[in-house]
Write a protein that binds this ligand. Sequence first.
Ligand code: FAD
Length: 253
Amino acid sequence: MVEVTEAGLRVGAAASIQGLRPVVRAIIEELPEHKSRGFAALLETMSVFASTQIRNVASIGGNIVTANAVSDINPFLLATGATLQVMDTEGKTRDIAVEEKFFLPNGQTSLSRGDIIVSVLIPYTTEGEFVQVYKQSSRGEVDRAVVNAAMRLVLTSDLQIVSDVSLVFGGMGDRPLLASRTMKALQGRKWDRSLVEFACSADMLPSDLPLAPDSQGGMVAYRRTLTLSIFFRFFLSVSEKLGRIWIEKRPAL
Ligand SMILES: Cc1cc2nc3c(=O)[nH]c(=O)nc-3n(C[C@H](O)[C@H](O)[C@H](O)COP(=O)(O)OP(=O)(O)OC[C@H]3O[C@@H](n4cnc5c(N)ncnc54)[C@H](O)[C@@H]3O)c2cc1C
């Protein structure tokens, strides 16, 4: 089930990744560009997800509950503030926000025993809101991420100042991690090049995402460097989009 609601896109938990792709693509075409930036990022995530064979059977609900540290879907849901509709063993439904405490160490979630995820609600984005996803793997296709990330930025109405930002990284711990300190520190800052230097300074992203030298998966220096280069890519991507928006808004000469 996929439903376009007033609050966003509601996706049935049993929907397969492959089945969802054309549906989400069609919905994006119907919506204003600014409203569907999160859905475009979801489409991108699904296009780098495993292989067609895996995508044909892998469901969105199964991916959430598997709670793998390099899940491609879970950082996206965390960054975009998705909500799960969950049914308990007595048939009662409730909503659970996908937030930092939802994912527990070692592939666990805070769902109770017997809970079934019925659907996932992904909110619309607004005019000053931008969402991007990144996946760095050893091969371009059919490979799990070494590091992946989902990032969401909300700018003030003049598109200059950070009003809110979510920076979520997979592959940097035993579950998707939020760079909480950096996220907080970026609020109220001007969206310009100095912000990149600030976010990448030693006591920001690197200290939010420490990896012990003997971390599982190895490639510690590489993974730590990736978090910075991914943030830089996010900065460039949003700045390029802002450039286009400013050109569109500029009064005709
Ligand atoms: C070769 C290979 C490559 C892969 N590559 C990637 C990749 O690139 N990116 C990535 O993110 N993942 C990847 N995966 C992981 C895999 O795709 C996910 O684990 C998949 O999404 C699980 O979905 P499923 O429907 O098969 O779940 P299942 O395996 O059927 O279920 C997983 C668990 O979730 C529970 N569950 C399922 N649905 C629900 C629900 N609605 N409510 C409550 N509990 C539920 C089940 O009971 C079970 O405990 C890969 C897996 C393989 C085998």
